[in-house]
Design a protein around this ligand. Structure first.
Ligand SMILES: *Cc1c(COP(=O)(O)O)cnc(C)c1O
Length: 482
C-alpha cells in the first residue's frame, strides 16, 4: 500500500492498525475454538442467564472502539450459551452437530467477503459444483436440472412453490400476481413440515389451499374432487424424512401420479435427502426422488455443515431462471468489449437470478469443504449409523417390555433415524426437561396418534452406541418403578 493512500485521515478507520497484533489475537481465538471442539462431550446445554448476558452484550449508540482482545473475550463468554447441539447426545428436534473442518471455510468466506449474488467471479464455480453434486446424487436429469443454495429448507420451499406456480400458470404470474388465478391446492401427507403451509401463505394462496392426505388412495381422491370443483392441483409434496417419525412417503407412486396428472412434484428432503448416501436398506426409502420437479434439502442437519445452509433443486433450469431473474438498470449485464474479460458486470451465472436474495453469503464453501474433507463415503456411514442407532433404541425398549417392564413403549415403527416412545405414568415434556437440565441427553417431544411422546432424531455424527445405551438407562431411572 502506498504512503499516499494512508496519509489521508479518511479511510482505514475500521481495519486494525496493527495486523500482527490482530493475527496473534485471532490465533488465540482459534485456540479457544479448538479447545471448545475438544470438549464436545463435556458440556451439554447450559441454561442461560439472559439478564446478565443482555447487560453484557448491550450496545450503545455512541461508543468508542474497544480493544479487539477484549471483544474477543466477550466472544469467548458467549460460547457456552448456544444450544450446544454438537454434543453426541443432542437428539431433540432435528439439529445438526456442525463439523470442525468447515470452520476454515467460514474463516475464508468472511475474509474475502465475496457477495455470491452475482457479478463476474470465480467463486460461483464452488456453488455450481455443490449444486451439480446434489442434482447428480438425487439422480435428476443433469442436463436440465439446476438449483441454488438457500438459508434452509423453509426458504427453498418458497422458491420451489413459486416455480411450481410459474410452471402451472405461466411466467406472466410474476406480473399479474394471484388476482387472475383460480383457486389452487397443494397436497401434503399428514405429518408434513409446516414450511410448506408457510410458503403457500407467503405466496398469497392462504393455508386453506393445503390439503392433507393420509394415503395414496386418499391423495388421488382429493385431487379428483378438487378438479371436479374447478380447483387447480398445483403441487404435491412428498416428504422424504418426516420430522415426527422419520418416515418416507412413497415417492415413486406420487411421482408417477404427478406426471400423469401434470402436477408439480416437490420433495421435502430437509434431513432425509442424505439417506441417499446410506446403505441400500435405508437409501431405498427415498427411491423416486429422481422424479421430482423440485427438491428442498438442508446441509445444516444430517451432514453437519455449520448453520445456516440448504438448497433448492429444480429439474428445469430455464423455468427456475425465468421465475426469479429480474435485472433492473443497476444490475444490467456488461456490454464490455475488452478482450478476455467483460468486467465485473459480466459472467453468465448470477445466483440472484435463481432466488430472492440479491446479497448472498459464500455458504457453498462450507458445504464443499465438508463434502471434500469428510468425504461422502464417511458421511454415508454416519447416516447408516444413525439409522442403526434409532433401531437400537427401539430394541432396548422392546427387550424391556419382554422382561415385563412397560414403563417405555415404542410409539411407532422406527423407519430411519427417529425413535418415538410413549412413557407410562410420566409426562414426556417433564422428563425431557429433566434430562436436559441434568445434562444427560436432549430429547424433544411430539404427538404420535394424538398422544404425547418422547422423541429422538439422530443426526449427529458423534453419537456412539454407548451414548444410546447410557441415555436409555438414565431415562429409566426417572420413570416410576414398574
Ligand atoms: C427442518 C425441516 C424443515 C425446515 O427446514 P429449515 O432448514 O429449518 O428451514 C422442513 N422440513 C423438514 C422435514 C425438516 O426437518
Amino acid at each position: 500500500m502506498s504512503a499516499m493512500m494512508t496519509d489521508n485521515k479518511a479511510g482505514y478507520r475500521v481495519d486494525p492498525e496493527n495486523l500482527s497484533e490482530l493475527s496473534s489475537d485471532l490465533h488465540d481465538l482459534l485456540d479457544t475454538c479448538v479447545e471448545n471442539m475438544k470438549s464436545t462431550r463435556e458440556d451439554l446445554w447450559n441454561p442461560p442467564n439472559n439478564k446478565e448476558l443482555a447487560e453484557s452484550f448491550s450496545l450503545s449508540a455512541s461508543a468508542d472502539a474497544c480493544d479487539t482482545k477484549d471483544v474477543y473475550d466477550k466472544l469467548r463468554s458467549i460460547m457456552p450459551y448456544g444450544t450446544n447441539q454438537k454434543h453426541p447426545r443432542w437428539w431433540g428436534w432435528v439439529n445438526g452437530g456442525g463439523n470442525f473442518t468447515a470452520v476454515g471455510a467460514e474463516l475464508v468466506a468472511a475474509t474475502i467477503n465475496t457477495n455470491m449474488g452475482g457479478r463476474n467471479q470465480g467463486c460461483v464455480e464452488v456453488e455450481r459444483a455443490v449444486i451439480e453434486f446434489l442434482v447428480n446424487l438425487a439422480g435428476m436429469d443433469a442436463q436440465k436440472a439446476f438449483g441454488v443454495l438457500t438459508t434452509g429448507t423453509s426458504q427453498a420451499t418458497v422458491l420451489a412453490m413459486a416455480a411450481a406456480r410459474a410452471k402451472k400458470f405461466g411466467i406472466d404470474v410474476k406480473k399479474k400476481g394471484i388476482r387472475a388465478l383460480p383457486e389452487i391446492s397443494v397436497y401434503v401427507k399428514d405429518g408434513a413440515h409446516v414450511c410448506v403451509a408457510k410458503a403457500i401463505e407467503l405466496l398469497g394462496h392462504g393455508s386453506d389451499s393445503m390439503r392433507t392426505f393420509t394415503s395414496f388412495d386418499h391423495l388421488t381422491q382429493l385431487v379428483a374432487e378438487d378438479k371436479a370443483n374447478g380447483i387447480v392441483p398445483m403441487a404435491i409434496v412428498g416428504t422424504a424424512g418426516c420430522v415426527n417419525r422419520g418416515t418416507y412417503d412413497d415417492l415413486q407412486s406420487i411421482g408417477k401420479f404427478c406426471q400423469q396428472e401434470d402436477i408439480w412434484f416437490h420433495v421435502d428432503g430437509a434431513f432425509g435427502y442424505w439417506i441417499l448416501l446410506a446403505e441400500k436398506k435405508w437409501s431405498s426409502l427415498i427411491s423416486g426422488i429422481e422424479r421430482a420437479n423440485s427438491v428442498a434439502l438442508d446441509f445444516h442437519k444430517w451432514i453437519g455443515v455449520p448453520y445456516a445452509v440448504g438448497a433448492c433443486l429444480i429439474n428445469d433450469r430455464e423455468l427456475h431462471y425465468k421465475t426469479f431473474s429480474n435485472r433492473p438498470s443497476y444490475l444490467a449485464p456488461s456490454t464490455g468489449t475488452v478482450p478476455g474479460s467483460d468486467g465485473l458486470a459480466g459472467g453468465d451465472l448470477w445466483f440472484c437470478d435463481y432466488g430472492i436474495d440479491l446479497s448472498r453469503p459464500f455458504s457453498a464453501l462450507k458445504c464443499w469443504t465438508t463434502l471434500k474433507a469428510v468425504g461422502t463415503r464417511k458421511l454415508g456411514e454416519v447416516v447408516t449409523d444413525n439409522c442403526r442407532q434409532a433401531a437400537r433404541m427401539a430394541t432396548i425398549i422392546k427387550n424391556l417390555n419382554k422382561s415385563g417392564n412397560n414403563s417405555i413403549t415404542v410409539a411407532c415403527d422406527v423407519v430411519s433415524n427417529v425413535c418415538c416412545m410413549f412413557l407410562r405414568d410420566a409426562d414426556p415434556r417433564d422428563i425431557a426437561a429433566k434430562l436436559q437440565v441434568a445434562k444427560i441427553v436432549v430429547f424433544s417431544t411430539t404427538l404420535v396418534n394424538g398422544k404425547e411422546c418422547l422423541r429422538a432424531a439422530l443426526v449427529n455424527h458423534r453419537t456412539t452406541d454407548a451414548d444410546i445405551d447410557y441415555a436409555m438407562e438414565e431415562l429409566q431411572k426417572l420413570l416410576p418403578k414398574q
